[in-house]
Design a protein around this ligand. Sequence first.
Ligand SMILES: *Cc1c(COP(=O)(O)O)cnc(C)c1O
Length: 375
Amino acid sequence: MTRAQADVNLDAIAHNVMRLRAAAPDARMLAVVKADGYGHGMVPVARAARGAGADYLGVALPEEAVAVREAGDNGPLLCWLYPPSADLSELVERRVEISVSSPDALQQVVAAARKGDRRARIHLKIDTGLGRNGSTPDAWSDLVARALAHQDAGVLEVAGVWSHLAGSDEPESPVTGRQVVAFREALSDAESQGLVPEVRHLANSGGVLHHPDTHFDMVRCGISVYGLTPGPAIGTSRGLGLIPAMTVTAEVALVKRVPGGHGVSYGHRYRTRRSTQLALIPVGYADGVPRSGSSRLPVMINGQRFSVAGTVAMDQVVVDVGDARVRAGDRVHLFGPGSRGEPTADEWAAACATINYEIVTRLGPRIPRRHLGGG
Ligand SMILES: *Cc1c(COP(=O)(O)O)cnc(C)c1O
């Protein structure tokens, strides 16, 4: 027994990777393991995803890419977010493929390749409407031309052309269709200049599961690898054939009886209505239990559902368990796949007016991850 822990089911990760491969059977599959594998533990998730057939892994940051390589993974790996101060030579040296959105970033990669005398592999990124990273359509032709000049000089190889969707979690959004059109335009421009990329990729989880016209040569799956839906409008985990991989539990630290009218936690935002028992759960916002879930978050103790009573504190929350048989040392389910009746990350997200991505990703370092399965 531990104060709190997150069990991560690597067999669920493997199942989800296979399910997602089947959803885009003609495309390669990239499993996104950034942000410590969406809070699930990057290295074990990376291994499980590769084992289940992920062709590529994807990370945001250079240090994440290095950590994947340090763990012994040498397969195709794409890294897409770095500031001008980043020295990319270690990535080139370790054969990490690098996203390029601008002439400056191109120069940064070229400098890294020259430094190590090794050919870089890059993916040129076009902004098809997200308004975040990527070249504007106006600057695209020039970026392609510059990249091709460096390719001809043998400094680098343009392996991919890619973009990212703004609203694939909304089935009815007209934005996705417009982005597909813009992506095709960028591709034909690149092709007219003689660029024949090995992989063209646009889809994230919402695209993979709901918009087949976004699949192209590769799909990038993040939240769905962890068994969670990219958005309630796309479906539930179960409806999509996904298995949530994470179960978070804690140990009841204290149970005590208090009279009616007793204020509970900071600000007394909860007050007992009659004589009742309060159970103290030793996890709080420092552990990733959102404070916005005060008086709302569901938990399960001994098969019964309760809500957090009052304000979520840094290290603890309180649950009014009435007259239920609850003792110190009992196990509390915070969230999990829901198969035993416990709340899900989706329910937590709804209770906090956020998305399931934030619930799992912000789970704090004080909660040890225990990886199960994956043999
Ligand atoms: C995080 C990320 C993804 C994964 O998105 P999901 O919605 O979690 O599938 C894909 N592509 C890029 C560029 C990302 O930053």
